[in-house]
Every structure is written in structure tokens, then in C-alpha cells.
Ligand binder design. Structure first.
Ligand SMILES: [Mn+2]
Length: 427
């Protein structure tokens, strides 16, 4: 693991420069009437969950090129998540994928996680692929399958996810299905949605009183002609039909190109149905690239809407934040650290927006002033604020630098055998 003394040593070497940068930014912000201390507090209050599958090297549908020291199971994944949190101090929860992460000793899992300062976020069901011991196939769908027995198997799996989630302290189930069709006419679009709803009603009925059901939509892939829950409209229809504890989860990569995602966020927040996010970035489709690596302004604009929603005092507004990325060419730990910090950056930058000026410009139809008000916040480098928040929480001023210096990857590569490469696969 990452030695706390080592982090302190690394910080000591970097602190004089950090202090100078932080003071410079503080006086710059002071001149703009912005209190830097409030922004450090804002940064420290933020957190984003790590998906357990994110710490393994991802792949494409063509191939997977494994990296050294990949996690062998849930224990190793928890350790890697612990490293990310120790350095970034912004990722205190892990989101598990069932059945990949299931264990017959949940108490030991909780203990291992809590030692590292970690808890558990939403559990994710998996009916988009077949498991080795599974009697019926999901080749032609799961919760919306034409065959009742397949649907029942998928419902039972989701119920099992809830039961496992209860043992580790989760309070939400995220359901994403790959159900859909590849050919016009292959599926009855209306009946497929009806069957999905009927299945989800049974899952919703199994939710403990303090749980939420997160519905994740995706425009296409694996289905290429139609997808049962393809967009936020379908997700919203399902959520409202199921009940108040069903909400719509926004994965930033799951929309058609050029979709105004921040507007979807504003709509869902307005009606109390925004479950939360799977953060990632993309250039073309569901690329699952690192958050903020392609369009950091888009990420900033999502947080602008979230900040507005918070200020509006909408009922039932408590979005869950999680990363959902696939790391094909980087060390997943490094990518997740950088991504978590990028999401935190977008959140903190929105604390800089002159809301009175923005709202005034909106009311006056001054488009340019409104745009420039947002840009003024986006262009401000809040890096020293994020570093200060990490420092105060016991993290690293330069988390990737400290991680590389720690030799963690080399050390785990010694005891974790090289994983198999070859064929495609998302994780
Ligand atoms: Mn996702």
C-alpha cells in the first residue's frame, strides 16, 4: 500500500512551490471578491465513487492488452481503490459489479475497505453477458427477453444484487441492460418496453425502504438498431412508471453525438429524477475515455447545471457521482486519480461563477456577458485549491507523481501474475 510517511515526504518537497502558487491564487481571487477558503472547503466536501471494474485494464471489442499487476479479484481491486483514495482523497467509495465482485465473506470485504477509508456505493447488476454457470442465455435480451424464464432469471439476479448490496451497506442498484435489436423488425419495440417495465416492477418491489433504483440508458451498443432504454426519455418514462425511488442515471458517453447533456441534467434535476452520473469522456461514441480529457468545458457545464439545481432547492436532489471509464493505454490507477481530480475541478470551478452576474445577463438577454461569466470561472486554474484540499485531507500534492515514486505498480506486479490478453472485452 501507499505509505503515509512517503506521501508526507513527497509533499514536503513540493510544499514551498505549492504554498507560493496557492497564495498567488488566493490574492487573485480576493481581488475578484472570492473567498479562497470557501473553495477549499467546497473541494474537500466533494467525492466521486470508483467503479471496481475501472482498476483493471480495459479493452475494445477487438483486443485487450493487459498491464502489469492487474487486480486478480475484489480484494486486489479494493487495494487499488485504496491507493487512489489515499493519494487523491476524493474517492471514498467503491461501486461493485455483480457477479464479478461477489464474495461469500462480505464482512471481510467491509473490513478490508474500511481500513483504507473506503465504503460502498451503488451495486451494479450484469445481465448483458452470460456467466459460466448460467442456465439461460442473454443473447437475445434479459429483462425484456421474449421468454419469461429468461426474464425471471434476470429479475432473480437483480434481487440477488440487492441482497448482496445490503450486506455491504449499499443503498442503490444501478441497472443497465444491453437489450435491443440489430435489425428493423427483429423486436416489437412497444412490447419489448412493456416486458422491461414488468420486470423492473418486480425489482423495484424488492428494494429495501431506503434504497433507490438507478436506470442507466445508452443510445446504442451492444444493440445497433434499437435499444430498449436508449435515451433519457425512455429512462424517465420507466422511472415515473415505477415509482419515486426510481431515477435516471446519466452516463456522459451514452448519448447520440452532439447531444446537449447538460440540458438533460437540468431537466432531470428539475423533476427530482436525477440519479447521478457515470463520468467519462468521449470523442465519437461511448469511448469511455478519462473524464475531462476531451471536453473539459462540457464537464464544467454539467456542473454548472448541478450548481443551479442545488441553488434552486429542487426536491429530491442528491445525485450520486461515479466514474465509469475504460483504460486501455494508461495505468488505470493513474487515469482514475486524474479523472477524479478533473471531476472535482469542474465542481470547484463552478463555485467561482458569479451567479448574480450570470442570472442578470440571462434576464437581460445578454448572451455574450452570460457566456463570458461562465468562461471566467472555467479559465481560472483552481489546481492549487485542489492540491490544498488534498494536503489538508492527508493526500498528495501531486498524486500521480507520488504514485509513480511509490513503486506500487512494480510491487503488485511481483505478486499478481500477468492477466491473459487476447480477445475483446470491456474490462
Ligand atoms: Mn455507465
Amino acid at each position: 500500500m501507499i505509505d503515509q510517511n512517503r506521501i508526507a515526504e513527497d509533499n514536503a518537497a513540493r510544499e514551498p512551490r505549492h504554498r507560493a502558487e496557492f497564495e498567488a491564487l488566493a490574492s487573485l481571487l480576493d481581488a475578484r471578491g472570492i473567498d479562497v477558503a470557501g473553495l477549499v472547503t467546497r473541494a474537500m466536501a466533494f467525492s466521486v465513487a470508483i467503479p471496481s471494474w475501472g482498476v483493471g485494464t480495459g479493452g475494445t471489442r477487438f483486443a485487450r492488452f493487459p498491464g502489469p499487476g492487474e487486480p486478480r479479484g475484489i480484494e486486489d481491486k479494493i487495494d487499488d481503490c485504496g491507493v487512489i483514495h489515499a493519494l487523491s482523497r476524493v474517492t471514498p467509495a467503491v461501486s461493485l459489479h455483480i457477479p464479478w465482485d461477489i464474495t461469500d465473506d462480505p464482512a471481510a470485504l467491509i473490513e478490508r475497505a474500511s481500513v483504507l477509508g473506503l465504503g460502498f456505493d451503488a451495486v451494479n447488476s450484469n445481465t448483458f453477458m452470460d456467466q459460466p454457470d448460467q442456465p439461460l442465455s442473454y443473447k437475445f435480451g434479459s429483462l425484456s427477453h421474449t421468454d419469461r424464464t429468461v426474464r425471471e432469471q434476470a429479475i432473480a439476479h437483480n434481487r440477488a444484487c440487492i441482497e448482496f448490496g445490503q450486506k455491504i451497506g449499499s443503498t442503490a442498484l444501478t441497472v443497465w441492460i444491453g437489450d435491443g435489436s440489430n435489425f428493423p423488425g427483429q423486436a416489437h419495440l412497444g412490447r419489448a418496453f412493456d416486458r422491461y417495465l414488468a420486470s423492473m416492477e418486480e425489482i423495484y418491489a424488492a428494494l429495501p425502504a431506503d434504497w433507490h433504483l438507478f436506470i442507466e440508458h445508452k443510445v446504442y451498443e451492444p444493440a445497433f438498431y434499437s435499444t430498449v432504454i436508449s435515451d433519457w426519455g425512455s429512462s424517465y418514462l420507466a422511472a415515473t412508471s415505477l415509482g419515486p425511488r426510481a431515477k435516471c442515471l446519466v452516463d456522459l458517453g451514452h448519448h447520440a453525438p452532439n447531444t446537449n447533456v447538460e440540458q438533460i441534467v437540468a431537466r432531470l434535476a428539475r423533476v427530482g429524477r436525477l440519479a447521478g452520473f457515470h463520468f467519462n469522456d468521449s470523442k465519437y461514441g461511448d469511448d469511455d475515455l478519462d473524464s475531462g480529457s476531451i471536453d473539459p468545458y462540457g464537464l464544467f457545464l454539467v456542473f454548472n447545471e448541478l450548481t443551479e439545481a442545488e441553488l434552486s432547492g429542487y426536491a429530491d436532489f442528491a445525485p450520486a457521482y461515479m466514474l465509469d471509464q475504460s483504460h486501455n493505454v494508461t495505468d488505470p490507477i493513474e487515469s482514475l486519480i486524474v479523472s477524479a481530480v478533473e471531476v472535482q475541478r469542474a465542481f470547484v470551478q463552478n463555485g467561482l461563477v458569479d451567479r448574480a452576474a450570470l442570472h442578470g445577463a440571462q434576464e437581460a438577454n445578454d448572451a455574450l456577458a452570460a457566456s463570458e461569466t461562465l468562461k471566467a470561472a472555467f479559465r481560472t486554474d483552481v489546481g492549487p485549491i485542489l492540491a490544498e484540499a488534498r494536503l489538508r485531507a492527508g493526500g498528495a500534492l501531486d498524486p500521480v507523481g507520488a504514485y509513480r515514486a511509490s513503486g506500487y505498480r512494480r510491487a503488485v506486479a511481483q505478486r499478481r501474475p500477468t492477466a491473459a490478453g487476447g480477445g475483446g472485452g470491456i474490462v
